[in-house]
Design a protein around this ligand. Structure first.
Ligand code: GUN
Length: 284
């Protein structure tokens, strides 16, 4: 048996199409604002992808590119101004921030109603208490991917491996809200394979290449691989990427996301959807 490939791009496009349709219903165009400090090449490329996708679906996009030397006070001042500006629907501060700036303080300063990253403690609390939240983009993108491929969540025995604040923990809240029975495991869980072998839905977000081998997967499981690990260079000099799940798991699982080209594209698509969600609530 070889698992069905859960390709990210068509699922991401479907989410972007939904975002476009919902944005078109609003009285005013949703506006995404991104603050970026310095010129870290990875941050530059992430931010330009976010801008490209926003523009593609008819949202407005503004990037505030500030020098590396920007003070925390200046940054907080800009956030305060954008929080107060009714034309701004979604606001995110691209991480990492330069040394000397307290990222926690900066993220806490973003209005929870515009926090399209879903990182603000108020959104974390809303997510866990079942109130309307802006959910973090990668885990919400995982749920959207499952929905796109018609894979069940309710009633499933779900095991998440990875307890980060941006993937594992919020995904546990999202799957619980959809009536999965959730176990949140991590790299230090004893006898991890005993747990993973029970999972009808297995999501791995640890950041260790090939941590999950074929023997650790329940036959017929749905496996979502959130890991993106650099494992050397290809002949052409490009970074070679490996997931947290060994490709041999495709012989056991019923469905598996590829790396790259699985969960990755869902994150940006969900960011765009979150911008529309924020705009819908702010314009209601
Ligand atoms: N840097 C890398 N990933 C992210 C993300 O999802 N949000 C923000 N704000 N910065 C990032």
């Amino acid at each position: 048996m070889s698992a069905a490939v859960l390709a990210g791009p068509p699922a991401a496009q479907a989410l972007l199409d939904q975002a476009r349709a919902r944005a078109a219903q609003l009285p005013r165009r949703p506006e995404l604002h991104v603050i970026r400090l310095g010129d870290d090449p990875a941050s530059l490329s992430y931010v330009s992808l976010k801008e490209k996708k926003a523009l593609e679906v008819g949202l407005g996009s503004t990037v505030h590119a500030l020098p590396e030397t920007t003070s925390e006070a200046e940054l907080l001042g800009l956030i305060e101004r954008l929080n107060a500006d009714p034309a701004v629907s979604g606001l995110l501060v691209q991480l990492p921030l330069p040394e000397g700036i307290d990222s926690g303080r900066v993220l806490d300063a973003v209005s929870p109603d515009k926090d399209v990253d879903g990182f603000h403690p108020v959104n974390v609390g809303r997510l866990w208490s079942g109130a309307p939240a802006l959910p973090p983009c990668t885990p919400a993108g995982v749920v959207a991917l499952l929905d796109h491929y018609g894979l069940p969540i309710a009633g499933q025995r779900a095991v998440i491996v990875g307890r980060s604040n941006i993937v594992g923990k919020p995904l546990a809240a999202l799957l619980l809200a959809r009536d999965a029975t959730v176990t949140l495991a991590h790299s230090r869980t004893p006898d991890l394979s005993d747990l993973t072998r029970q999972a009808e839905l297995l999501v791995v977000a640890v950041g260790q290449a090939h941590l999950i081998t074929a023997e650790m997967v329940r036959p017929g499981a749905t496996v979502i691989d959130v890991g993106v690990n650099r494992v050397g260079l290809s002949k052409s000099g490009k970074a070679r990427l490996a997931g947290d799940v060994h490709p041999d798991a495709a012989e056991v699982a019923a469905a598996l996301t590829p790396v790259p080209g699985g969960v990755g594209p869902m994150t940006v698509a969900q960011l765009i959807m979150n911008t529309v969600l924020a705009a819908e609530r702010l314009q209601a």
